[in-house]
Design a binder for this molecule. Structure first.
Ligand SMILES: [Ca+2]
Length: 381
């Protein structure tokens, strides 16, 4: 705890985000420490070494002045229940799980302050460096299904050695209850979450791209008396009417999803963080283009409109081949690569030899066994 005078006393749950100002001068802060960033594993003979970065801030971005130490936990099944294995002091940023190099455990760590406030868990990590960030403890109601699974091959951007900012990165998942029931073009939000990245100093980061592998983003819908909670959607209708949309900063884009009715989750693979929502929206029963942006691409590698992204629904997971032609019908680019999400393709304005094409109008063709979709893309240099 940081600031110290205080009444009224506020009850604080484990997520400890309460604070209040009253009468201009009574101030109470019950912030808890951020989770440790840079949480990683390293094998050392038969042992597993766990390492993390020193926690300096609280989850409300104030400085944590009374850090007491860390709690390290492990579990046999991803997601817990976790058992504490160590309680290192504040000066320590490593501990050893003796003999556990190949035991298949999953680990999380938290920080604690001198008032006994324990912060949220770090992302979970296994002995091979695969990370899972969960929404657990970031919302009032526990939800261990909503998560980001970050394979070791894509996790490099989370660590100071590989991140754009040169710092260890925290990933936070927050429920956005105020979005519930909001009408958006093509649908109505059932539930939405912010998946955000921060530095350990709580600065929000954008434009984190996970590569060379995508991460798996999964969101959970609640069920109540045979309906999706808070809606008139019968559980039997779920595969037909629920889909994931993502907020690209300007608009909501339908990106399709894999639905598990047993787990009550929708999932996709993606390379970036943003706000994502479960949306009530009639799903197509065949291959359909849902969005193609931007209308004009400027492939000069300045990060703005450098590529055309084709988002589609693909309910039967058909193979999709994307091609680009010029107006004379000559093939310019064959086998377009995957875009930012699982159901998307990308054209970066280059021909098959890697040369940026001339300015002009081009024709795209997306082909599956069900349908062939065509349209135009304008390239401007
Ligand atoms: Ca550009």
């Amino acid at each position: 705890m940081d600031t110290q005078v205080g009444y009224p006393v506020i009850t604080v749950s484990r997520d400890g985000l309460q604070s209040c100002t009253q009468a201009g001068h009574i101030y109470l802060s019950l912030a808890s420490p951020n989770p440790p960033a840079g949480f990683k594993t390293r094998k050392s003979g038969p042992d597993l070494i766990l390492e993390w970065g020193t926690v300096r801030n609280n989850d409300d971005a104030t400085v944590c002045e009374d850090l007491a130490g860390y709690n390290v936990y492990r579990c046999k099944i991803s997601g817990g229940p976790y058992t504490q294995i160590a309680a290192p002091q504040a000066s320590e940023t490593t501990c050893t799980d003796t003999g556990a190099a190949d035991s298949g455990f999953y680990y999380v760590a938290s920080a604690r302050d001198s008032d006994g406030q324990e912060g949220a868990y770090s992302f979970e990590i296994d002995g091979a460096g695969n990370a899972v960030a969960r929404s657990l403890y970031f919302e009032a109601e526990e939800d261990s299904f909503t998560m980001l699974a970050i394979p070791a091959a894509a996790a490099g951007v989370l660590y100071k050695e590989g991140s754009l900012s040169g710092e260890d990165i925290l990933v936070k998942i927050k429920d956005v209850p105020s979005d519930k029931g909001r009408k958006i073009p093509k649908g109505e939000i059932v539930r939405s979450f912010e998946f955000n990245a921060y530095t350990a100093n709580s600065d929000a980061l954008s434009r984190i791209v996970f590569s060379p592998q995508k991460i798996t983003l999964k969101m959970h819908y609640k069920v109540s008396s045979g309906y999706v909670d808070g809606t008139t959607i019968l559980l039997s209708q779920v595969p037909r009417v629920l889909s994931i949309f993502y907020w690209n900063g300007l608009e909501w884009i339908k990106i399709g999803s894999n639905i598990s009715t047993s787990e009550q989750t929708l999932s996709i693979q993606t390379e970036h963080l943003s706000k994502y929502a479960i949306v009530k929206s009639i799903n197509s029963d065949k291959f359909t283009l849902t969005k193609r942006i931007p209308p004009i691409i400027t492939p000069n590698n300045d990060g703005i409109n450098d590529a055309a992204i084709f988002y589609f629904e693909n309910p039967r997971n058909c193979d999709v081949v994307g091609r680009i032609f010029d107006l004379s019908g000559s093939l310019v680019a064959d086998q377009l690569p995957g875009g930012p999400t699982s159901n998307s393709l990308r054209w970066d304005g280059k021909d098959d030899s890697g040369r940026i094409v001339d300015s002009g109008i081009y024709v795209y063709q997306l082909q599956t066994s069900e349908a062939t979709l065509t349209g135009s893309v304008v390239v401007s240099k």
